[in-house]
Design a protein. Structure first.
Lengths: 317, 291
């Protein structure tokens, strides 16, 4: 009961408090929810299916570039462009996944392939004038136009990413309780045994891949509209790929709330270090590196796993 | 396309290839024995380049001579990483070990950024610009020394692995860790020595290229990815394959640079990488199987 009450209070606070927050704190909160959202998307493939992608930036970038190019060249509203970007990214994810899983790539080999695909897209984007090459693309944001995914202040962006996060979370929760979720867990724990028991491992992994890449691409469009600028390094670079997996590992891979927990710990921490050590670029990422090593050494199941184990132990008494 | 340009591309590729080969040899060694894809390999190289730079800037130590200091120093760093960071987590699942080295890479790279900012630093020695001409191709002396030195170092390591007791023990652990433990080999100690040797390799490679390559916090990143490509190409854990793979990737990159516009040369390398991973994960020359 205590946990349920705490959860309800947290949700109420997330919905009701932000209009009262000063601008800087609202920005930090948007950042927290944004990285939690990307973590939730990564978790579907990395946590539930156990396939560690090091290249989710590929899908993020596809989403950001698709909706932005459609907006700049065809005047299409990013609300629609977002879904188209998601579809393109989902198709690319299926292509990447089919190639890798079809040829039996697992573990670190899968990680390397995803990393290579993201880097290839980055190199191609840098060298293509039609998509702005290394200069990137500027999203027009002079006047507010809700129908075009443009707002004059930060608050609407907050509620958009909050709804996206809540929907993705509900989807994860549902999948965890579905046939797909159980099949994915079986494939993750022992693929050969799962196949022997009649689970279509390839099909299950591809489903996780498609969902995860689709959701990640929506995050890319959100980023483009919120910051009004994208370039190849920001969108296709390793920072996004690492940023998507880090909250999940810290919070607890394969758990519904893990990515949220992880982002609520990591993102404010990084903002604090950045503002405390102004002018010392890199201090926040250095801290991330140290936290990653610490968590894997001492909390290999992440924060969610730690809490669960504690509870189980208390329950036994 | 003139013959001269082609010759120049081939020469540059071969000169770069030796260095890639040595960086990859270290990575391959670590993979062969520890079964870990070491994401921190490039970061260790970067630290070694800074060590070379500071030895030169503060102590006027020649970059080539500084190898005598950096190689043992980074052997020690490698041993420490293995003992403190990786060995205690051996029981953890495979991807957690991957993330451990990723965490280390993030830490080292940004430590360098915090300490020395992002400026490009260079080591200017008397022989930095020296060069001679073969046919129509220009050969920089410092690049020739780096490539030659890297190949010598890799061959030295190869002889070490074949002839010494430690080398044989190391190969035994790579082949069959439990069997090695049963015949009385201290497996944990060999693993630490392996990480040390791999780090010393990449430190020497770093020192050898500082006379003609800039030093910056992210300099190791591109070498790291290149080393992954080389190691996969040569066969994970296959030492000679790593050296050969180094030359193949060096050539592919410089030919790509000569024939393709912009920075598309990197695309050639990544395409080779993905193709080999998908269709021949055991590498061109065989090695540990990737599946």
């Amino acid at each position: 009961m205590g946990a349920r009450l705490a959860g309800a209070l947290a949700v109420a606070a997330l919905v009701a408090l932000p209009p009262l927050l000063p601008k800087y704190h609202l920005e930090v909160l948007i950042s927290v929810v944004f990285w939690a959202y990307l973590g939730i998307a990564w978790n579907l493939l990395g946590g539930y299916a156990g396939q560690f992608s090091f290249g989710h930036a590929a899908f993020f970038g596809i989403g950001a570039y698709t909706s932005t190019l459609l907006l700049l060249q065809g005047g299409l509203t990013p609300w629609v462009g977002m879904l188209l970007g998601g579809a393109v990214a989902g198709a690319f994810g299926l292509f990447e996944g089919y190639l890798s899983f079809r040829y039996g790539l697992k573990g670190p080999y899968f990680s390397l392939v995803t990393l290579a695909f993201a880097e290839m897209l980055r190199v191609v984007t840098v060298n293509t004038k039609a998509v702005g090459s290394s200069l990137g693309l500027v999203v027009p944001s002079a006047k507010a136009a809700p129908a075009m995914f443009m707002f004059s202040n930060k608050l609407p962006y907050y509620y958009i990413i909050l709804v996206m996060g809540a929907l993705a979370l509900a989807l994860t929760w549902k999948i965890g309780r579905s046939r797909l979720g159980f099949s994915l867990a079986a494939v993750r724990e022992n693929e050969d045994a799962a196949e022997a028991a009649g689970v279509d491992a390839l099909g299950m992994k591809l489903r996780a891949m498609a969902l995860s890449s689709f959701l990640t691409a929506l995050g890319g469009t959100f980023y483009a509209q919120y910051f009004a600028y994208i370039d190849p390094t920001i969108t296709f670079g390793p920072a996004v790929s690492i940023g998507a997996l880090l909250p999940v590992i810290v919070g607890g891979a394969g758990t519904v709330l893990g990515p949220v927990l992880g982002s609520f710990v990591l993102t404010p921490l990084s903002e604090l270090t950045r503002s405390a050590l102004r002018g010392r670029a890199g201090a926040d990422i250095m801290l991330y590196g140290a936290i990653l090593v610490f968590v894997i050494s001492f909390l290999p199941q992440g924060l969610a796993g730690f809490v669960r184990d504690r509870r189980a132990r208390v329950g036994q008494r | 396309m003139t013959g001269g340009l082609l010759l120049q591309a081939v020469v540059s590729g071969l000169l770069l290839g030796g260095v890639y080969g040595l960086v990859a040899s270290g990575l391959s060694l670590i993979f062969g024995v520890l079964r870990i894809i070491n994401f921190a390999h490039g970061a260790v190289m970067m630290l070694a380049m800074y060590a070379t730079y500071w030895l030169f800037a503060l102590g006027r130590v020649d970059p080539y001579l500084s190898v005598l200091i950096t190689a043992p120093l980074f052997f020690g760093l490698g041993v420490a990483i293995q003992k403190i960071d990786i060995e205690p987590n051996r029981a953890a699942v495979e991807h957690n070990q991957l993330l451990l080295t990723l965490g280390l890479a993030l830490f080292f790279e940004n430590l360098a950024l915090v300490l020395w900012q992002g400026d490009f630093r260079t080591v200017k020695v008397a022989y930095s610009g020296a060069s001679f001409v073969i046919g129509e191709a220009l050969v920089e002396v410092s690049r020739l020394v780096a490539s030659g030195g890297a190949v010598l170092m890799a061959l030295g390591l190869f002889v070490f692995l074949r002839t010494t007791d430690v080398g044989k023990a190391l190969r035994a652990v790579a082949e069959e860790p439990e069997g090695a433990a049963l015949v009385g080999i201290n497996v944990a100690r060999i693993r630490a020595a392996t990480f040390g040797l791999g780090s010393a390799c990449v430190a020497v490679a770093g020192a050898l290229i500082t006379p003609f390559f800039y030093v910056a916090p992210d300099v190791g990143e591109s070498f790291n990815i290149m080393a992954f490509v080389v190691v996969v190409l040569g066969g994970m854990g296959n030492f000679v394959g790593a050296l050969a793979g180094g030359f193949i990737v060096g050539l592919a990159e410089s030919l790509g640079a000569a024939f393709l516009p912009g920075s598309l040369k990197q695309l050639v390398v990544f395409v080779i990488f993905v193709l080999v991973l998908l269709f021949r994960p055991q590498g061109l020359f065989g090695g540990s199987r990737g599946r």
